[in-house]
Every structure is written in structure tokens, then in C-alpha cells.
Write a protein of this length. Structure first.
Length: 323
């Protein structure tokens, strides 16, 4: 390619590639295919290791917020598949501050074969994907967390099998984790119920799109304010922090508002007997989730965290076009 051809190639008009930004972008069949691939790669890993599907490939990992699971599981996923991952901390890139998102996207696209990014504003991941000529993976925005939802669906299918009509109940703030969980439930034909305090509802567009998906799969989407009503018949009880990254100054107010939304043994006992309890982590123990539940027999929080590794291998292999 000469210089002019290269300049054309980095214009959004000429960029054709797949990204992983929203669960809602996948069809139900694609969602299940990714889950099947994740399970195959998980089995292969535990049976002596993965094939080096991503040999010679590099993933840039751009973080505007802290991370344990997303950072380590993506880095290890790349390593297990024979590729390489680079961690780029908030201080290093200064996404949109030191340099425009469009410029960062176009520069990185010449160095690596994929970009995973964790940002605050959802528009920023869309902008990154628009200008990047390599696949972009959403590692959490203020709006959603699709990688988490895929790992969660894997965990739920490992426990209950590939059945439709499961009841998945989310207790807490209707933000990023809840949005992607709602969408994956709708895609897979699982009923999704949320109980949140007034003023902490889910994004209206996210609900609208979940309802459209649910119409096709037969899932139901239900809303409550009372957590006790929401857990009746639940096969899965899911919670998340009351104060998300970037909302720290609201902590005291949120602790008060969400106090009735704690997932404790009493609440769990009101769900189905074999219900599992999930949390994306990090957990604020004895706030949204008691120690007794987090460390109890119905807790799935650590298998769920470990499944991030396997689900993300499937996302990487699919986006890099090797599986
Ligand atoms: N669940 C999750 O995304 O964890 P991290 O914030 O540690 O990546
Ligand atoms: N809702 C949480 C999820 C962390 C994985 C947050 O945004 O901080």
C-alpha cells in the first residue's frame, strides 16, 4: 500500500470488520454459537491446553477505569491462544484528552490486530470502533458490559443446561451489568426480572431493544421495586455494586437508597431451592451481597469470574476470524 491508499484505508467509509460492542448486535444463534465455542475452548484448555489460534496476533487493552478480571482474563486468553496482549493504563493513553479517540484508533490499528477498551462514556467505544480498522471489544462502559454477560450466560448454561424459560432476577442498579444481562437473557429465551429503587431504572432504549428481542424468543422482561416480589420463582439471583466506577461521590446516598436491596440469605431462601447467586465482582461484601451468600453453597461468583477467560477466548477467536 502506498501512503494515499493507507490514508483511504483508515477512513470509516472503507473499514469493514466485526466488533463486539453490544449483546443486542448478535442474533440468538450467534450468541449460542459463541457460548458453544467458549465451552469447547474451556474443555480444550483443561485437556492439555489450547491450540495457538492467535499466533502472531496482538491485542491492545485500553483502560480508563481499574480492572482485575477483564484485564487479567483477556491477557491470559491471548497468551493461552498463542497471541500477545498489551496493557495500556488510563495514565498512558489519555483517550480523548492527550489525543483524540479517532487518532488513537487509527494509530493502534497499525500496530495490533484487535483493541479491547474499558471507557466511561458509551459513545467513546462507538467512536473507537468507528475509526479503528481492527476489531474493537467493549470491556465495559457506563452503559453496558457484554463480555461479562457472555461469561454469565456460560455459567448459567453450565448449571441448568441449554433450556429456555429460566428466570433470571437482577437486584440493584439498572446500569451496565444489568443491561447486558437483560439482553443476553432475551437472546437466549430466559425471563429477565429486575428490582431497583425508584430513580435507578434501566436505560429506556435498552429496555425497548430487550423487549423486541424477547418478542422473538418468547422471553419476558419484568420490572419491580420490591426485591421480594422479584425473586419469587428465580433460578438465578444476580447483583452488582450499588456504586459503580465513576460514581464514588454518590456512595453515601446510594448506600442508603439500596439498603433494602441486599442479597442476603433471607432473600435467597425466597427463590427456587436450587437457585444460584451471581455477582460480576468486585463485590462490596455485606453491602449488596452478604458474606454468608457470597461464600455459601448457592454462590456461583468464582466459577462465573473464571468463565470470563473462556468466554473471551471465544470472542477473540471469532473476531480474529480463526474459529
Ligand atoms: N467484572 C469485571 O469486569 O471485573 P473487573 O472490573 O475487575 O474487570
Ligand atoms: N457496575 C460496575 C461493574 C464493574 C464490573 C461498575 O461499573 O463499576
Amino acid at each position: 500500500m502506498n501512503v494515499q491508499e493507507m490514508q483511504v484505508a483508515v477512513s470509516p467509509k472503507f473499514i469493514t470488520k466485526k466488533d463486539f460492542l453490544h449483546i443486542a448486535d448478535l442474533s440468538s444463534a450467534e450468541t449460542q454459537e459463541l457460548l458453544d465455542l467458549a465451552l469447547d475452548l474451556k474443555k480444550e484448555y483443561f485437556n492439555g491446553g489450547n491450540d495457538p489460534l492467535l499466533k502472531g496476533k496482538a491485542l491492545a487493552m485500553v483502560f480508563q477505569k481499574p480492572s482485575l478480571r477483564t484485564r487479567v482474563s483477556f491477557e491470559m486468553a491471548m497468551q493461552h491462544l498463542g497471541g500477545h496482549a498489551l496493557y495500556l493504563s488510563p495514565a498512558e493513553i489519555g483517550l480523548g484528552k492527550r489525543e483524540s479517540i479517532a487518532d488513537v484508533a487509527r494509530v493502534l490499528s497499525g500496530y495490533v490486530q484487535g483493541i479491547m477498551a474499558r471507557v466511561f462514556e458509551h459513545e467513546h467505544i462507538i467512536e473507537l470502533a468507528k475509526w479503528s480498522s481492527v476489531p474493537v471489544i467493549n470491556g465495559l462502559t457506563d452503559y453496558n458490559h457484554p463480555c461479562q454477560a457472555l461469561a454469565d450466560a456460560l455459567t448459567i448454561q453450565e448449571k441448568f443446561g441449554k433450556v429456555r424459560g429460566l428466570n433470571v432476577t437482577f437486584i440493584g442498579d439498572g446500569n451496565n451489568v444489568a443491561v447486558s444481562l437483560m439482553h443476553v437473557c432475551a437472546k437466549l429465551g430466559w425471563n429477565f426480572t429486575i428490582a431497583n429503587p425508584l430513580g435507578y431504572e434501566m436505560d429506556a432504549n435498552a429496555i425497548e431493544s430487550a423487549k423486541q428481542i424477547a418478542n422473538e424468543t418468547g422471553a419476558e422482561i419484568c420490572f419491580h421495586n420490591n426485591p421480594h416480589d422479584a425473586v419469587k420463582g428465580a433460578n438465578v439471583i444476580y447483583t452488582d455494586t450499588w456504586t459503580s466506577m465513576g460514581q464514588e461521590e454518590e456512595t453515601a446516598k446510594r448506600e442508603e437508597t439500596f439498603a433494602e436491596y441486599q442479597v442476603n440469605q433471607q432473600l435467597v431462601s425466597e427463590a427456587e431451592n436450587d437457585a444460584i447467586v451471581m455477582h460480576c465482582l468486585p463485590a462490596h461484601r455485606n453491602h449488596e451481597l452478604t458474606d454468608e451468600v457470597a461464600d455459601g453453597l448457592q454462590s456461583a461468583i468464582f466459577p462465573q469470574a473464571h468463565n470470563r477467560l473462556h468466554a473471551q477466548k471465544a470472542i477473540l477467536a471469532r473476531l480474529f476470524g480463526v474459529a
